[in-house]
Design a protein around this ligand. Structure first.
Ligand code: NAP
Length: 303
């Protein structure tokens, strides 16, 4: 059986594409590796998505997106894509469980995942004090001391969130100025539980059965010091989940997929939307808009 469109990834971009594809009566489904949601699922509070002035949890927003996509007939199926191969005018998707799906078009909406620090102790202490998800692991650090690494929106937003549980949050940033937007930066600076550790990088994560301290290098003075912490949350940016299309579609040097304004990639029939795409603003609202645009382009191009 040949489908009209397969949407790979069930985050905001994929689910918005599914709403539009479903309403356009295209045949296909969403392929999701785990459960729908993507990075939004681990966001405690979404307060900049239009229509929800009070804010809502990432989980609540994803539930609404999924229900909305399914209302228009788009199913969400489990499966992990290994590779995509164009065969004439069609595309074959090979899954890691050996299944093959044949389709006329594909929307890649696989998003991005967290970047790692790459220091000694990071892998060793994952789940024992090293975390990439404050919403998941924050409550384990009630009345304890934690550090957050990074200076972008994620680091600052999650540092503020962690002050609900931890008695102290060090925010370690490699420069002396935050990258995060002003509203978040101001909120963090006004929070008594947050102490900034400027111009500094983590050189090593140390501990025994769990994290006990961080070895910190001050890049301005060259001094190293030890910071006692019970946990460390790492938010130093994202890497796109695009390995399975490497060598197929054109990407930038970081692996983000290049598209035109209709979300068409360099390969006919393959579209990309959301955080896996090269673009200036990574937000839920832009991911959703791109998902809609990609589905509209699929409908137009198939016709
Ligand atoms: P980001 O904006 O790329 O920021 C990454 C931060 O980590 C930067 O401060 C960077 O330092 C630092 N960094 C990078 N590599 C490092 C390393 N090896 N060691 C130490 N520090 C390192 O990433 P993000 O905060 O994850 O955000 C990703 C995207 O999602 C952004 O577009 C952001 O706007 C968006 N987002 C939005 C919201 C919101 O709207 N509320 C929330 C979360 C994320 P430098 O500043 O020196 O480069």
């Amino acid at each position: 059986m040949t489908h009209d469109v397969i949407i790979i990834g069930g985050g905001p971009a994929g689910l918005a594409a599914a709403i539009y594809a479903g309403r356009a009566k295209l045949d296909g489904f969403v392929l999701e590796k785990m459960s729908p949601g993507g990075q939004v699922l681990i966001t405690d509070r979404v307060e900049n998505y239009p229509g929800f002035p009070e804010g809502l949890t990432g989980f609540e927003l994803v539930e609404k997106f999924s229900a909305h996509a399914q209302k228009f007939g788009m199913k969400i199926e489990n499966g992990e894509v290994a590779s995509i191969e164009p065969v004439g005018d069609l595309l074959n998707i090979s899954l890691t469980d050996q299944r093959t799906i044949t389709t006329r078009s594909i929307i890649v909406a696989t998003g991005a995942t967290h970047r790692k620090l790459g220091v000694k102790g990071e892998d060793e202490f994952i789940g024992r004090g090293v975390s990439y998800c404050a919403t998941c692991d924050g409550p384990f650090f009630r009345d304890q001391v934690v550090a957050v690494v990074g200076g972008g929106d994620s680091a600052v937003q999650e540092a503020i969130f962690l002050t609900r549980f931890a008695k102290k949050v060090y925010l370690i940033h490699r420069r002396d100025e935050l990258r995060a937007i002003k509203v978040l930066a101001d909120r963090a600076k006004e929070n008594d539980k947050i102490e900034f550790v400027w111009d500094s990088v983590v050189e090593e994560i140390e501990g025994d059965d769990q994290v006990r301290s961080l070895k910190i290098l001050n890049r301005k003075t060259g001094e190293t010091s030890t910071l006692k912490v019970d946990g460390v949350f790492i938010f130093i940016g994202i890497v796109p989940v695009t390995d399975f299309v490497k060598g197929l579609v054109e990407t930038d040097e970081m692996g983000f997929i290049k598209t035109d304004q209709w979300m068409r990639t360099s390969v006919k029939g393959v579209y990309a939307a959301g955080d896996c795409r090269q673009k200036p603003l990574l937000q839920i609202v832009t991911a959703v808009a791109e998902g809609a645009t990609a589905a509209y382009a699929v409908e137009h191009d198939l016709a």
